[in-house]
Design a protein around this ligand. Sequence first.
Ligand SMILES: *Cc1c(COP(=O)(O)O)cnc(C)c1O
Length: 421
Amino acid sequence: MISSLTFETLRNEIAGFAVADLAQQFGTPCYVYDLESIERRIADLAAFDVIRYAQKALSNIAILDRMRRRGVVVDAVSAGEIHRALKAGFVPNSQPAGIVYTADVFDRESLDLVVERNIPVNVGSPDMIDQLGERAPGRNIALRINPGFGHGHSQKTNTGGPQSKHGIWHTSIDDCLVRADRHGLTVTGMHMHIGSGTDIEHLSQVCGAMEAACQVVGRTVKTISAGGGLPVPYSAEQPYVDLEQYFNLWQATRHRLQDAFGHSIELEIEPGRYLVAESGYLLAEIRAVKQMGENTFYLLDAGFNDLARPILYGAYHPIAIARRDGSGGRVEQDVIVGGPLCESGDIFTQEEGGFVARRRLPAAGVGDFLILEVAGAYAYAMASNYNSKYRCPEVLIENGEAKLIRRRETAEDLLRLELNP
Ligand SMILES: *Cc1c(COP(=O)(O)O)cnc(C)c1O
């Protein structure tokens, strides 16, 4: 499938709201999310029985609540994410389970929570089976299997293969069944997630590995999860994945397992990035324009404390300019875009390995706005207070209204937890 996307480098509105008005109302930097985009992505995946959102991509409770109302359930990877899901109205024991805890370890708080709240667990290490079994014998569990291979948009987002810490190694399933048996735990679910931002070729290989793993466990398996990893286009050259083809592969796998086991198998998908990436915009103001030898820099009031993907992975985000006066002149120049932090890696236009790259953008000056696009996933979720910056606000555009869903932090917020005994 060829992408029909065009990323314009001038943009005066976001989901029907003038950029200058959003900046005026909420200040900069700020994140803006377009709910309609999330709704479209949910609809894309309707063929799967269950859409389980990997909330670590973007976990604001207003976003979780809107997903819940559209029939999506969630995955939680920490005690904090369980609390977010509960706050957003998810019920652990609904059918399908509103919340599933998926991790490679139980810290003590998360173990207490899954035991007390009866939250289903997708186990990523054999030790977790014993830890859960001792506290809550008799439960159903799912196994997250590392099929022996993985793939992601970066080595850091590859979550399969022998270099990865994730999941239960595919040849250890028998050991896990013995451990489960000892505590009366039943393996009713099987799960694989090989990486984030991978491609359809690698994702497709998971189907065969899943079938083989399910055969080892046998007829207790009732649910299979394809994991997440669906990529989204970050530039005009990147295609959307062919979801129909992807679903059909899983559908065939499901049917083979149903024939083998003689009962129905529920098919889950567990996307993070796919549901939210395109909905998000990081809106910043250009605060300085300076010349360094041959290079022109646009320096923003947003830095890698707001959006870390470029410094972490050399990730590419489309960039647009909105002039304060709304003017449309198309004179362009090659620029480097950076933030305010005291660290030379605070550059939004960098490639993997930290190499600074130039981007062709409309001429702009101090006071104009710059928008980092496709910034809904792993963006605000990775924001930090580095350099004692306040984390920025989040705004949701819903039914033609721009709603504040997290306010900007203040100096008081920043200092609230510190003690000087
Ligand atoms: C991160 C994660 C996902 C989501 O990955 P995406 O690439 O954002 O779709 C799904 N499942 C698990 C277990 C994860 O850790």
